[in-house]
Design a protein around this ligand. Structure first.
Ligand SMILES: *Cc1c(COP(=O)(O)O)cnc(C)c1O
Length: 427
């Protein structure tokens, strides 16, 4: 047994499945998860000392790359003055100001510690604000693991949702309606039938949890118009896309002002920080001002705020997103060029938005969850493992988006493309 295998075996003794978050277990691709010992820039090293070019970046937060000197400096300096107070600190004021300045839809913002907390709180707030219970979500979108969001579509359209996890009460799932992504007609039909009961619509404005799926212009416009017409709260879950697809997030790319926005991942620069915010009249319903309760012992933790603040400042530097987007686009273009040389049954396709990309074992770019489900998963798993052997760390699932960081240079991209080409012709 190598060290990764030893650690995975040991981990399973006291940690369920050996992991603290399920995708880490390599369940969908098979094999032994890599235990990481170190990261620097675009690279990570596993417990056996093997080095990889990393395209996961802790599932998105590490937009500056691993162990960025400015982030380390800010966190170290802050830690010397204490880890946590459970009382207000000056850093929280500065990061709230910065977030509201960067994202025009945020009039007020509250800090929390995970994306799950952000979406869960935003939904409670939307329900408290509207006095309604029903929630719309879309098939294939992930919004963290709160009960009302672990719901899959029922047997027919416009039916009640069913729990997608054991332990979620049917009564809770019944208030979540699940619709197909990019299906404007289904959305219109639902609002026509029960628009006055809808508290909120929550969406990944660019989906990144069913691999990368882009919304159509019509879908984006319909979500804004229908929620507005029916007095429902439009929640953009930008936990993944926030400050990852561009400086003004997906809402900036779409030209949409959501009522509430959830942020996470990049905002914490690798430490547990997330946020939700938006319209001041809605945010005023939150405790202590209003009747909607929400709280957190470690909310706005000084170390997380320090890491987040530096990360936001670095990505705001002129040219940051242009450079990141160009590299990520070059990666997707390179993969598409390789795909064109392969037979349709063995091909690959890719796309990118900002520093985020999708790779599909399919000749076509998907537009829905069912398109994604039709990609060749067996071939993806073979591709994943062959790349891993060659020192390229991709997300261990065909249903995850990937990430390029500012620390990736054209050299790493070219090495990865060369390896991908060799691997794809072989498998
Ligand atoms: C990651 C993610 C979440 C959950 O965030 P956690 O910090 O893992 O709780 C919610 N929504 C989206 C879109 C995400 O990508």
């Amino acid at each position: 047994m190598n060290r990764n295998e030893q650690l995975f075996a040991a981990a399973q003794q006291h940690i369920p499945g050996g992991v603290n978050s399920p995708v880490r277990a390599f369940g969908s691709v098979g094999g032994t998860p890599r235990f990481f010992a170190k990261g620097e820039g675009a690279y990570v090293w596993d417990a056996d000392g093997k080095k990889y070019i990393d395209y996961v970046g802790s599932w998105g937060p590490l937009i500056l790359g691993h162990a960025h000197p400015a982030v380390i400096e800010a966190v170290t300096r802050t830690a010397q003055n204490g880890m946590s107070f459970g009382a207000p600190t000056e850093g929280e004021v500065h990061i709230a100001d910065l977030l509201c300045q960067m994202l025009p839809s945020l009039e007020q913002v509250r800090l929390v510690s995970s994306g799950t907390e952000a979406t869960m709180s935003a939904i409670r707030l939307a329900r408290g604000f509207t006095g309604r219970d029903k929630l719309i979500k879309f098939e294939g979108c992930y919004h963290g693991h709160a009960d009302s969001l672990l719901v899959k579509a029922g047997s027919g359209l416009l039916t009640f949702g069913n729990p997608s996890s054991a332990g979620v009460p049917a009564a809770v799932a019944a208030d979540t309606i699940v619709l197909p992504y990019n299906d404007v007609a289904a959305l219109e039909a639902l609002f026509a039938e029960q628009g006055d009961k809808i508290a909120a619509l929550i969406v990944e404005p660019i989906a990144g949890n069913m691999n990368l799926v882009q919304p159509s212009k019509e879908f984006v416009a319909a979500m804004r118009k229908l929620t507005q017409d029916h007095g429902a709260v439009l929640i953009y879950d930008e936990v993944m896309t926030g400050f990852r697809v561009g400086l003004q997030c997906a809402q900036g790319l779409h030209g949409i002002t959501p009522d509430l926005t959830c942020l996470g991942k990049v905002v914490g620069g690798g430490l547990p920080l997330a946020a939700f915010g938006g319209r001041a009249d809605i945010m005023a319903k939150l405790a202590p001002l209003g009747p909607v309760y929400q709280a957190g012992t470690l909310s706005g933790n000084p170390l997380a705020v320090a890491a987040g603040m530096v990360t936001l400042q670095e990505i705001s530097k002129p040219g940051f997103f242009e450079a990141l987007s160009a590299k990520t686009q070059a990666f997707a273009d390179g993969l598409n060029a390789i795909g064109q040389q392969l037979a349709n049954t063995k091909t690959i396709s890719a796309q990118s938005v900002g520093g985020m990309f999708g790779i599909y074992c399919s000749p076509n770019i998907p537009h829905s969850y069912s398109d994604v489900m039709n990609s060749d998963r067996v071939r993806f798993n073979a591709f994943f493992h062959a790349m891993l052997d060659e020192g390229i760390y991709l997300a261990p699932s065909a249903f995850e988006a990937g990430f390029v960081s500012a620390a990736h240079t054209n050299t790493e991209i070219q090495i990865t493309l060369d390896i991908a080409k060799a691997v794809l012709h072989k498998i």
